[in-house]
Each structure stands twice: as C-alpha cells, then as structure tokens.
Design a binder for this molecule. Structure first.
Ligand SMILES: *Cc1c(COP(=O)(O)O)cnc(C)c1O
Length: 452
C-alpha cells in the first residue's frame, strides 16, 4: 500500500493507544488506517490530501454531506445558546420542537417520544418499555422477544440479544437473553419460482405458528423493516410488514420497528414502514436522525403504551431508563435542521433519480460469474459475491475477498466497506450521478481483483 500515509504521525499516535470498533487491530499491520482531516459533500479528505468518495455514508449516518453548512450553522448557534441540560425535570426548545416534528412525520399513532443517545440504547429502551408495558398490564409472564434470523439491532447486551449475526453474537452468547428466532422473509432465500411476496407469505405462516405457541410469553416482535442491513443488506417484501402488523394485533404482542438504518429516506420513503402502510407500536430512530452529525436516538411509541405507565407515583409504574445525555440540545437542534432539509428540499424525489441511476449501473453485474445477486431498495444496493454462482457457494470467509474490494477502493478514491463478501452502496443523498459512476466503476474493478 505504498501510496498511503503509513508514516503519518497521526496514524502512529492512533495505533499507539487507540482501540477501534469492529476491528482486529492486528489487521492494521497491513490494512491502512486512514487519517481524515476534513469532509466536504460526499467526500472525505485525508491528511495528505487524498480523497475518498464516501460510498457508505460513514456507517450509514450521513445524509446531506460531510460538514454540511446548514447543519453546521444550526449546531454552532445552539452551542452558543445551550449545550446541555439534565432532561429529568427540565426541558428545552430543541427537544420539544424535534419531538413535535418526529410525531408529525412518522406513521400515525406514534405520539410519544423518548430520547436516548445511540441506536443500541434506543433498542434497549424499546425492549424494556415493551416488557414493562405488559408488566404494568398484569402480564409479567411476557418476558421474551421474537427476532428475525439475520437481524442486527446493535451490540449492547440487550440489543445483541435480539440480533442474529453470528460474527457479533457468537462470542458473547453466554451473556445474552435467548430470543425466539423467526425465519426472515429474506428474498435471497426464495425457493425456485417464488416471488418476494410469496416468500413473505410463507414466512408469515411460520411466524404465525411461532406466535401460536409462544405469544403468551412474548412481549414483542422486533424487525428491521425491508432491509436487514448489517446482516448483509438482505431485503424483503413490504407484505411481510403488513402481515406482521396483523399477527401482532391478533396475538397481542408489540411490533418494534428498528428504523435506525432504514429511516430518513434510505428505502425510498421517509420511513420503510410506510411502504407497507403500517404503524408499529415502537419505532427506533438514530443514525440519519442528525444527518450524521451527532449521536442521538429516539423511540416513538403510542399513547396506549404511554398511558400504561402514567399513574400515581405510589403505583410504581414509571419507566426507569436514563442516559446522562438524553435529549442533548445540540443533537436535537441538528436533528431538527435535518428534518427541515427534508421539508425544504425535494430529497426523496432526487433520491429516486439517484437510485434509478445506481440500479442501471449495477444491472450488468447480474451476469458476472461470481455475483449471485444484485439487489436494491431505494438508496441501498448490494452485490453478493460467491465462489460458485449456480450453487451460491460463498468464498471461504478467511479468504476475505470483500476486504480486497475495500483496499482497492481506498487506492482509487472510494470508501466501500463490504460486509464480508457483500459489496454495498449506501451513499449520502448529495452524491451526483457522476459520483455514483465512480463508486460503481471502482467497485467493479475491485470485484475483478477480489475474485481473481
Ligand atoms: C446501527 C444499527 C443499530 C445500532 O446503532 P448504534 O448507534 O450503532 O448503536 C441498531 N439497529 C440497526 C438496524 C442498525 O443498523
């Protein structure tokens, strides 16, 4: 990796004392640590001036570009006014206005907002709230959760408990709750001749059987609507969400929609649940909520849930969960400005043009001898690399083919960060069609190197 700033002083200082997430630090003997100096639009610029087109929105958070001037100005103004205040017993304008806006833009019925400060924390809140709702209703026997195979809901112990990505889960399994796993409606696992909607129907039948057996002990079913992102950008038909809503009503369990990754326009609608015309009982939001500026999350729920906690102090029904930075004014103010960009600009319309362009550019890869699947939902697209196309046999994971695509990308001004051998595209919405071309061209060349 000759052209890299391996001798960069910042990188040396980093590797001397930092420990990075989702990383075997030993890898950095050969994989470069990229020292970023600044960001501009869809680009990141390192300390030696090299540029990288951010094809993954910096872990799916960025919507409107790095150092977005409008968001930066809102943040600066708020920082000079009120940076933080305890959110128990105290409130402030950004938290209230943001809550009003969130209630307005999310599906009907989600009329209460609880803040936390990252995605996993929002999942913890939703799980605890659902359990506690049933407890307050006299159903303390409901202690379990149904999650989908291939799901990812974060990596704190509660969130990891309802996740099914072996890489993250396996090691820590002895520490975790045991969820009831329902098979995902993942279209990649369709039987021959089955449509995406058929798969959804078959998987709903299986879910019905699980609920038939377990509903009495189940608080909620938790899902990532439409796209199971960390599980490999696996996608499913909106019919599954519509059927899930009906089953949850029938069997008296909550529906938790984790829209942390898919919310805020990623799937083509502001929220993925809209495509099934359903409202969940809990909706978890984070990542794009602040346009990628600051950590913040929100759990929206219904008046019905809220009222099960609302009683005299002596009833002991209050929800107990707190983070020091709950409702942080800086984060709320930037989130509010993010929603105002959606209000003022034709974001979803523009994204339709961009995602159509991305689809057109990726289509030829379907014929590639090492590509098993090209799939897309809005501004998320994925290319699944395999050793054998007909049997869909993966490459041995230790060959780390996807990593070669990542390294190729870094050499060619693109940040692509495959999930195993799944190369995906999840760019900020400010990307141009030319920039999409650059991402796709770089990925295709990287794939050729990776499968060689
Ligand atoms: C990223 C993610 C989370 C966890 O959010 P963090 O802020 O990383 O803790 C939860 N659910 C989904 C679907 C995610 O993509």
């Amino acid at each position: 990796m000759n052209a890299f700033p391996a001798g960069d002083a910042l990188v040396r200082r980093d590797l001397d004392l930092l420990w990075h997430p989702c990383t075997q630090m030993y890898d950095h003997r050969t994989v470069p640590m990229v020292p970023i100096a600044r960001g501009e639009g869809a680009w990141l610029i390192d300390t030696s001036g090299r540029r990288y087109l951010d094809g993954i929105s910096s872990w799916w958070t960025n919507l409107f570009g790095h150092a977005n001037p409008r968001l930066a100005a809102a943040l600066a103004e708020q920082a000079g006014t009120l940076e933080h205040v305890i959110f128990a017993g105290f409130t402030h304008e950004p938290a209230v206005t943001l809550a009003e806006e969130l209630v307005r833009v999310t599906p009907p019925g989600l009329d209460r907002v609880f803040y936390a400060d990252n995605g996993s924390a929002a999942i913890e809140v939703a799980l605890k709230m659902s359990f506690h709702y049933w407890l307050n209703q006299g159903h303390g026997e409901k202690t379990r959760f149904i999650a989908l195979t291939g799901s990812y809901h974060g990596e704190t112990l509660g969130a990891l408990s309802v996740s099914d990505v072996a890489l993250y889960r396996k090691t820590y399994a002895p520490l975790l709750l045991t969820p009831i796993l329902a098979p995902s409606a993942d279209t990649y696992e369709a039987h021959p001749g089955e449509s995406a909607s058929d798969v959804a129907q078959r998987r709903l039948d299986e879910l019905r059987q699980l609920l038939e057996e377990h509903a009495h002990e189940v608080c909620a079913v938790i899902v990532e609507p439409l796209v199971q992102c960390a599980g490999g950008m696996r996608m499913y038909h909106p019919d599954y969400l519509a059927g899930l809503r009906r089953l949850c009503d029938t069997y008296n369990v909550h529906f938790i929609a984790d829209e942390i990754a898919v919310g805020f326009g990623r799937t083509g609608t502001l929220f993925a649940c809209e495509q099934a015309h359903v409202a969940p009982d809990f909706m978890c939001l984070s990542k794009g909520l602040t346009g990628g500026f600051l950590p913040l999350s929100a759990v929206l729920t219904t008046t019905q849930v809220y009222e099960a906690f609302y009683a005299e102090y002596s009833a002991g029904k209050a929800f107990l969960h707190s983070h020091s930075y709950t409702g942080n004014p800086l984060a709320c103010r930037v989130a509010l400005e993010t929603l105002r960009i959606f209000r003022d600009e034709p974001v979803l319309e523009r994204n339709r043009v961009l995602s159509a362009h991305l689809a057109k550019r990726l289509a030829p890869l379907r014929d590639h001898p090492h590509v098993a699947d090209v799939r897309q939902t809005g501004m998320i697209a994925a290319v699944e690399l395999v050793a054998d196309k007909t049997t869909r046999t993966p490459f041995p994971s230790l060959e780390r083919r996807g990593l070669r695509v990542y390294l190729h990308g870094l050499e060619h001004e693109a940040l692509l960060r495959p999930l195993g051998d799944i190369i995906y595209f999840m760019p900020p919405y400010v990307v141009s069609t030319d920039e999409i071309d650059h991402l796709v061209d770089t990925a295709i060349a990287g794939i050729e190197r990776a499968v060689a």
